[in-house]
Design a protein around this ligand. Structure first.
Ligand code: AHR
Length: 559
């Protein structure tokens, strides 16, 4: 069947068709999965229609001084019995190396706007102790003890973070304090990190602290959530602060990339007014990236929009909550395109790119691995689906999205790792990052998915979500195609055609679970793991069965 014929059939059969916009998902036990004899879905990869290079920085992470992320997560201390590399958890370093983390954002989040980088350098015994931004959060478990997660001890500071980045092969992205420090403190932090050895007092202090050579930090966040915890500014006020902070910052030969604090959710007005204000003063050239935060949290099917009431349980969820969470994730696509359009009003050449520097699932408290892990939560197959969907969306908009950072690395929100004392485990989200890493630096190409939409009941009413979705990238003669099937019950027999090339060989790896609530624990760390799966290749046409609630990667070798 030719593309046009298939499109016609798909439309009349009510099949969802899209090439980078809208759609969604569902679960079931393997034993009773209905299978189809002939393909009901189709994917067409148009290798001659490039979208853009997939920035490796899309595979970015975020580590904030929040609950168990730093203390108990990354930092265990040099004198700990827990295996460590200069105080940094060794198992974490080893696991991170497997996923090629391109960049890590630190030290916050909201914490960043209360942080003084000077407190975190120099001899550890002399470091200042301060009240952590998150100390009074309502989400703390009742029995949470005091400790560095409430009273910051600054044992993990700039030099430790930069060392962590070097150990795992990631670039640092430092978020500066705009709410409670000055522009001078900001450029002096740049000076501390980047000024050449022996040239400034701060370079000498850095050398005395162990790093003679400059770190050449490129990515700098100018505040965080400036509309909220970052200062409660209006866009115009923030624009004025942004201009002041970036008017003079020494470069030292580094092509500094400043990232502005974007809107609260989908607030286009914030983006428009900031861009207009900066353009008026011809200062838009000082914005490299525009931050978007996108949390998937409301699983109530529209029953409430309350930030606390709208959240669901991380592990025990109903089918409806599976679909609703994924549909929250889907909204990132319109957020990207809408903000992009608004940015284009002031920046028609689209020099400024989008940086989704916080994204992930956010559930209600109760599934944390330890009572010191504020906002800690388990990660199930649902989170793996969300991760696949989000990364695929970023690839489909590779011309717009220059970086993305999942929130957060360990022991918090949608984490790739959970750790407590000497226990450590990787989550299903980690596996998706490992599977998808092959996309990095590839050429994203237009890909058309034609599949039935997934049906479910939303607040008593029939609803649907996009069926299969995914993305494809070209790496010389290898095409990497990733596919998510969010449907809880339907196996999708899928025909895959590569337009403009012949297929020589294909390999598939998939992540799925008999029970969608399944997750890895310290006691049972291998419940969810990717496995090789079977594909059929006949005369350059690939047929693949997408398991319900699964994430798949196909490596397709082209002639
Ligand atoms: O990731 C947790 C918090 O969520 C961050 O500190 C803040 O930027 C956002 O609101």
């Amino acid at each position: 069947m030719k593309r046009r014929e298939f499109v016609g059939t798909a439309m009349s059969a009510g099949i969802g068709l899209w090439a980078g916009s809208k759609q969604a998902p569902g679960w079931k036990r393997l034993s009773s999965i209905p299978t189809t004899q002939s393909p009901d879905s189709r994917i067409e990869v148009l290798i001659e229609e490039p979208i853009g290079t997939i920035a490796p920085e899309i595979y970015g992470h975020f580590a904030e001084h929040l609950g168990g992320v730093i203390y108990d997560g990354i930092w265990v201390g040099e004198n700990s019995k827990i295996p460590n590399i200069g105080g940094i958890r060794k198992s974490l370093v080893e696991a991170m190396r497997k996923i090629r983390p391109a960049v890590i954002r630190w030290p916050g989040g909201c914490f960043a706007d209360s942080y003084n980088w000077r407190d975190g350098i120099g001899p550890k015994t002399q470091r200042a102790r301060h009240t952590n931004f998150w100390r009074d959060a309502s989400e703390w478990p009742k029995d949470a003890p005091d400790g560095p997660w409430k009273y910051e001890t600054n044992q993990f500071g700039t030099d430790d973070f930069l060392r962590f980045c070097r150990l795992v092969g990631a670039q640092p992205y430092l978020a500066a304090n705009l709410r409670s420090l000055s522009a001078k403190d900001f450029y002096e932090w740049v000076e501390y990190c980047n000024s050449p050895a022996g040239t400034t007092t701060l370079a000498d202090i850095r050398a005395a602290n162990g790093d003679r050579e400059p770190a050449k930090v490129r990515f700098w966040g100018v505040g965080n959530e400036a509309w909220g915890c970052g200062g409660n500014f209006t866009p115009e006020e923030y624009a004025a602060e942004y201009r002041r902070f970036t008017s003079w910052v020494p470069g030292y030969g580094v092509n500094l990339a400043f990232i502005g604090s974007g809107p609260n959710g989908g607030d286009l007005d914030w983006t428009r007014r900031f861009f207009v204000k900066l353009s008026e003063r011809r200062a838009l050239g000082r914005v490299w990236g525009w931050g978007l935060h996108h949390y998937s949290w409301n699983v109530t099917g529209g029953r409430t929009n309350d930030w606390q009431q709208g959240k669901g349980d991380a592990v025990n969820y109903r089918d409806e909550e599976w679909y609703e969470l994924l549909s929250e994730g889907e909204r990132i696509e319109s957020s990207i395109t809408n903000h992009w359009t608004v940015m284009g009003e002031s920046d028609p050449e689209h020099r400024v790119k989008l940086v989704v520097d916080e994204w992930g699932a956010w559930y209600k408290p109760g599934a944390e691995a330890n009572n010191t892990h504020l906002l800690g939560q388990q990660s199930t197959m649902r989170d793996a689906m969300l991760a696949g969907q989000m990364l695929d969306t970023f690839h489909r908009h590779a011309d717009k999205v220059a970086m993305a950072n999942i929130a957060q690395l360990i022991n918090c929100l949608q984490s790739l790792f959970l750790a407590h004392e000497n226990k450590f485990v990787v989550t299903p989200t980690f596996h998706v990052f490992e599977m998808y890493a092959n996309h990095q630096a590839g050429q994203s190409v237009r890909t058309i998915f034609s599949a039935p939409r997934s049906s479910y009941t939303r607040n008593g009413q029939p609803a649907t979500l996009r069926g299969l979705s995914g993305s494809a990238s070209l790496h010389d003669h290898v095409l990497v195609l990733t596919i998510t099937n969010p449907d809880l019950r339907q196996m999708r027999e899928t025909e895959i055609a590569v337009r403009g090339a012949k297929v020589k060989a294909v390999k598939a790896i998939t992540l799925s679970a008999d029970d969608i609530h399944a997750h890895n624990t310290f006691e049972s760390p291998n419940v969810i793991e990717p496995r090789d799966t079977r594909t059929t290749l006949t005369n350059s046409a690939v047929v693949y069965s997408c398991h319900p609630a699964s994430v798949t990667r196909l490596d397709i070798t082209l002639v």
